[in-house]
Design a protein around this ligand. Structure first.
Ligand SMILES: *Cc1c(COP(=O)(O)O)cnc(C)c1O
Length: 379
């Protein structure tokens, strides 16, 4: 699904000495590399504050802690996402309120969000799934109207931009009150282990969060709030400093692969290729509205699981993200949910398949993958 080795070979000469330097200087925790990465990422995203942390799940949790959400507060998020998003809501004893997504872009459905708001709602967590932003303008309007916080789960869309109706752009993750991302190795900006970060333009929130990631300390050995221990280590920061300057090119390589996939599947009526909804109406080659963390097809009238088996037999990796809606997961069952409210997610889990997507895909691989799929479908 991903080829991290090829990417490493290209940046080896920068990454290796930089990791070596961390070891030689023994600045393993909160060393200068971490500060440097924080500044580099702030500049790249055009955001006032980046707070690095240990992983993307922590980033989401810490963002919610920083906003002062309290047990019983309701938090609305998408039914079709990775479990981390809902997990941290539940861990903090907040009440997850899962809602349906759109059929076209797989992102949180605005009408469903509106319908889910109650007097207890305190926050909305849009997930920028597979590499493109949720409808942030509509989400921010709802949030402003109902006085809600917006926490962007940007684990899958770092480097993507959101385009407002008036043409103004902002980087994914910098629009709501706070954004969270992951540097898990297979993400668009991945390190060589675990890593994450929180972004915000709010000075007070940034201050609060800097204390929370460090055991609730704002002054050494004074613990003002209950915090956590969540740090990006210096070796990971060294890797990220080497990779960040390439992020736009990495995302371009993903877009190029997506364009080639799209072209190969053109006219195959059982296959619906990914639809880009923000900023452009088709396949991105000059814009950054979709950074293709995943390249996900919808299959119509095809036995998806048989295709998965067939691809596995042919040695082609593929993934089903996600096979079970979160509202049907044992840990998150809630009698308030009504199946009629999840028609899209319930359908998507049966139809989706994600193909290999990374920066090193070549034409020959794409041709082999697409022709194998088309042959299977045409019988
Ligand atoms: C990867 C991911 C996370 C969690 O990131 P980790 O660094 O693995 O903790 C959260 N949300 C989404 C949507 C993700 O894809």
């Amino acid at each position: 699904m991903v080829d991290l080795k090829g990417q490493y070979n290209d940046i080896k000469d920068i990454v290796n000495p930089s990791i070596q330097e961390v070891i030689e200087t023994t600045a393993f925790i909160n060393g200068p590399k971490v500060h440097e990465f924080q500044k580099n990422l702030e500049k790249y995203l055009g955001v006032k504050h980046v707070i690095p942390c240990a992983n993307g799940t922590d980033a989401l949790q810490i963002a919610m802690m920083g906003l002062g959400l309290k047990p019983g507060d309701e938090v609305i998020t998408a039914d079709f996402t990775f479990a981390a998003t809902v997990e941290v809501i539940a861990l903090l004893q907040l009440v997850p309120v899962l809602v349906d997504v759109n059929e076209d872009d797989f992102n949180i459905n605005i009408e469903a969000v509106k319908k889910a708001i109650t007097p207890k709602t305190k926050a909305i967590v849009p997930v920028h799934l597979f590499g493109q932003c949720a409808n942030m303008e509509a989400i921010m309007d709802i949030a402003n109207k109902h006085n809600l916080y917006v926490i962007e789960d940007n684990a899958q869309a770092i480097g993507a931009s959101y385009t407002y109706k008036n043409g103004k752009k902002a980087k994914a993750g910098t629009i709501g009150n706070v954004g969270a991302t992951s540097f898990f190795p297979s993400k668009n900006l991945g390190c060589y282990g675990d890593g994450g970060a929180i972004f915000t333009n709010d000075d007070d929130l940034a201050h609060t969060i800097r204390g929370i990631v460090n055991h609730g300390m704002y002054e050494r050995y004074h613990h003002d709030v209950v915090g956590v221990n969540s740090r990006l280590d210096s070796i990971q920061a060294a890797v990220l400093n080497a990779k960040l300057p390439h992020l736009d090119n990495y995302n371009k390589a993903r877009q190029n692969a997506a364009r080639k996939y799209n072209e190969a599947f053109k006219g195959i009526k059982n296959i619906i290729t990914p639809i880009t909804v923000n900023g452009c109406d088709g396949i991105c080659d000059t814009c950054d509205c979709h950074v293709f963390h995943q390249y996900t097809l919808k299959l119509k009238g095809v036995n998806r699981d048989a295709l998965v088996n067939h691809l596995n037999e042919k040695g082609i990796p593929c993934g089903v993200y996600y096979p079970i809606p979160l509202h049907k997961q044992k840990a998150y069952l809630d009698e308030r949910y009504n199946e009629a409210d999840f028609t899209v997610t319930n359908q998507l889990v049966k139809e989706v398949i994600s193909l290999p997507m990374h920066t090193e895909l070549d034409d020959e691989q794409i041709e082999f993958i697409t022709s194998t799929i088309i042959k299977f479908i045409n019988g």
